[in-house]
Design a protein. Structure first.
Length: 401
């Protein structure tokens, strides 16, 4: 009976996910069957190559760890923070979203049952991430130590670590709710004010207010500060490879993917004003990058000083260009698939898996320069220049579109 009730609660919480199923998004139907088969085979090969490349990169990284204990601890750190990143963005809305709360309060359901259902739902979503990393760790253990005794440990950790990450995310959401409980918001979408300011500056200010009016996005920006600080600490004291999180985290942000949809009723007002679409687009870019790039630059400078490796400063050039490209992709996707007539804020926070895959591919390609050993300094400079030129060309082409 309890299991039936938990399943009912999970179905209520899972009202309209913010993404489409992977297979229906990546593999599409075409009018001509032969063209459809060829295109889908090509997409499948690209996905396999990307997945194998990521697995091989972490295989090489895990092989560098001297002891099984170090391998277990650091692979668990990867899983913990990745699950934390993917969970924090939407967990707050699931726990405290008005639509979900109004539905659940009308039912004879205990608060503990709701939290249990939320926990199970997010665990199911993130278990594949956990399995991927620990499978690589198992392969490394078999290859390096030729022993099966570590497999059971990784099996237990694959359940334990994501559970701890989700529990920690729920705790942070609860603390955030209690901290901002007494604050009152004057408007859900902010106010558009063009008085005594340039049009661009006013649009940027409107966009920032619009972001902060969404509790889920506010929670995401707060988690951004925390995760960048953690990534900096891990880059300094564990391994330089954690620098890649500076680029990979913005690839999944809902801030850009929901930018136009968040305008809601204000979209029709903005359309009637003598404001060009390009100026609105650039104001959204500025509103986001002005919040994330200063943090990343500060973290990279601190990392470079602590590690006494000034080549890390050079990483900031392609990293910033990469973030600009991911912002353009997110905004373009939001403009193309915008939904303005929404009743719940969660409806406006939709993301597109194709855009996420593009962002992740660009971010992974750009951050791959971190994998190059420091002993290959001339080649690393060439790699930095190459990936910088690639991002510049991509940005120019994307902005022209």
């Amino acid at each position: 009976m309890t299991q039936i009730r938990l399943n009912q609660i999970k179905n209520l919480i899972d009202i309209k996910r913010n993404y489409h199923p992977i297979l229906s998004v990546l593999f599409k139907k075409y009018k001509h069957p032969i063209l459809g088969v060829l295109c889908n085979i090509l997409v499948g090969l690209c996905c396999c190559i990307l997945l194998i490349s990521v697995a091989y990169g972490f295989f090489v990284l895990f092989m560098s760890y001297a002891t099984p204990y170090t391998l277990a601890v650091r692979s668990s750190a990867f899983v913990f923070f990745l699950v934390l990143i993917f969970t924090l963005r939407s967990l707050y809305s699931s726990m405290y979203g008005k639509l979900e709360q109004n539905i659940l309060k009308s039912l004879p359901i205990k608060r503990s049952e709701i939290l249990t259902a939320i926990f199970i739902n997010y665990f199911k979503e993130n278990f594949l991430i956990s399995s991927f990393f620990y499978l690589v760790a198992v392969v490394v253990s078999l290859y390096k130590y030729s022993s099966l005794k570590y497999c059971f440990v990784y099996f237990v950790l694959s359940f334990l670590v994501p559970s701890l990450a989700i529990f920690f995310s729920m705790l942070l959401s609860a603390l955030k709710k209690s901290f901002f409980l007494k604050k009152k918001f004057k408007s859900k979408n902010g106010k558009l004010d063009l008085k005594n300011e340039s049009t661009l500056k006013s649009l940027v200010r409107f966009e920032k207010k619009n972001i902060y009016s969404f509790p889920t996005l506010k929670m995401e920006l707060i988690s951004q500060f925390v995760l960048l600080a953690v990534a900096t600490f891990l880059s300094i004291y564990v391994n330089q490879i954690f620098i890649i999180s500076y680029v990979l985290y913005p690839a999944f942000t809902a801030v850009n993917f929901s930018s136009y949809s968040r305008e809601g009723k204000f979209h029709y007002l903005l359309e009637t004003l003598p404001v060009g679409s390009n100026k609105r687009f650039y104001s959204k870019m500025i509103a986001y990058i002005s919040q994330i790039i200063p943090e990343i630059l500060l973290c990279m400078i601190l990392t470079a000083i602590m590690l006494k490796s000034w080549v890390i400063i050079l990483y900031s050039i392609p990293f910033i260009l990469c973030i600009l490209n991911m912002t353009v992709i997110g905004l373009s996707n939001s403009k193309k698939n915008a939904k303005f007539d929404w009743t719940s804020q969660r409806e406006a926070l939709r993301v597109d898996l194709n855009a996420i895959v593009k962002n992740f591919a660009i971010g992974f390609l750009t951050s791959s320069i971190v994998f190059i050993p420091n002993s290959l300094m001339p080649e690393k400079i060439i790699a930095i220049l190459s990936v910088t030129i690639f991002n510049i060309i991509f940005l120019i082409v994307a902005l022209k579109k």
